[in-house]
Design a protein around this ligand. Structure first.
Ligand SMILES: C[S@@+](CC[C@H](N)C(=O)[O-])C[C@H]1O[C@@H](n2cnc3c(N)ncnc32)[C@H](O)[C@@H]1O
Length: 228
């Protein structure tokens, strides 16, 4: 490539970068403080249970299992998703991974079990066959936690590390992943930035869980952002 066309190409790329930066500034990304403020407006009775330092941190005590709608093993406790949505009010395209019998009209549901009638029946190990890259603003994930859960669902264990790798691809640049589990899953810092964790207690004889929140660290954030 001649020097002139090289210059033209870099001038063109600089233009794209500038426009994308301007678009992002105009849209104004919410800070972690904004997210917590929005949560506190929606859930004013739980003000002492959430805050921000360099990350969102918190403690949710959501008991009352008699309100369970379906009684599905591992079902989200009541108000769990509403709380998550209030932390991510700017997210429009949402994927519920390991959706089970998730009780919401918002977002696309994905589960391996066809009897649960998810929007997409599939195995997380093949999720890239189902979705294009950069598709979701927010992915919520509630996988089987340990061996006894896999047995209960009749599913074979998979690598959660690999799942996070693939989720990074289908999540939009700067999009979010909220992963509920017994531990913070292993992740690559090149792919995900841990922006918060909340301890979830659901009453006696229940496992204490952790809600880990990640933001997609996409090195192409500015140049190749947006839907495919
Ligand atoms: C903890 S439950 C999710 C329950 C859900 N949060 C709810 O509110 O109903 C875990 C789900 O993961 C699904 N699952 C297990 N292995 C999977 C896999 N390899 N790919 C996709 N889904 C899987 C199970 O069918 C089960 O519905």
């Amino acid at each position: 490539m001649g020097i002139l066309s090289q210059r033209r190409k870099s001038f063109f790329l600089e233009g794209i970068v500038e426009v994308r930066v301007q678009q992002r500034l105009m849209k104004k990304e919410l800070t972690l403080e904004d997210r917590v403020k929005n949560y506190l407006q929606k859930f004013p009775n739980y003000t002492a249970e959430i805050g921000v330092s360099n990350r969102i941190y918190g403690f949710w005590n959501i008991g009352n299992y008699y309100k369970r709608k379906h009684g599905y093993y591992g079902e989200y406790p009541p108000s769990f998703l509403e709380r998550v949505f209030s932390l991510f009010p700017d997210c429009e395209k949402i994927l519920h991974l390991f959706s089970g019998m998730v009780d919401t009209d918002i977002g696309v549901t994905f589960d391996i079990n066809p009897e649960l009638k998810p929007d997409v029946v599939g195995d997380v190990r093949e999720i890239l066959n189902h979705f294009k890259e950069n598709q979701f603003d927010l992915i919520t994930a509630d996988p089987p936690y340990e061996e006894k859960d896999f047995k209960r669902y009749g599913c074979s264990p998979f690598s959660k590390k690999d799942a996070l790798k693939d989720l990074h691809i289908i999540c939009k640049p700067n999009g979010f992943l909220v992963w509920l589990d017994l531990m913070i899953p292993i992740f690559s810092k090149k792919e995900w930035h841990l922006i918060g964790y909340i301890c979830l207690v659901c009453g006696t004889n229940r496992r204490v869980r952790i809600v880990s929140m990640f933001q997609n660290q996409n090195s192409n954030t500015i140049i190749s952002g947006g839907d495919c």
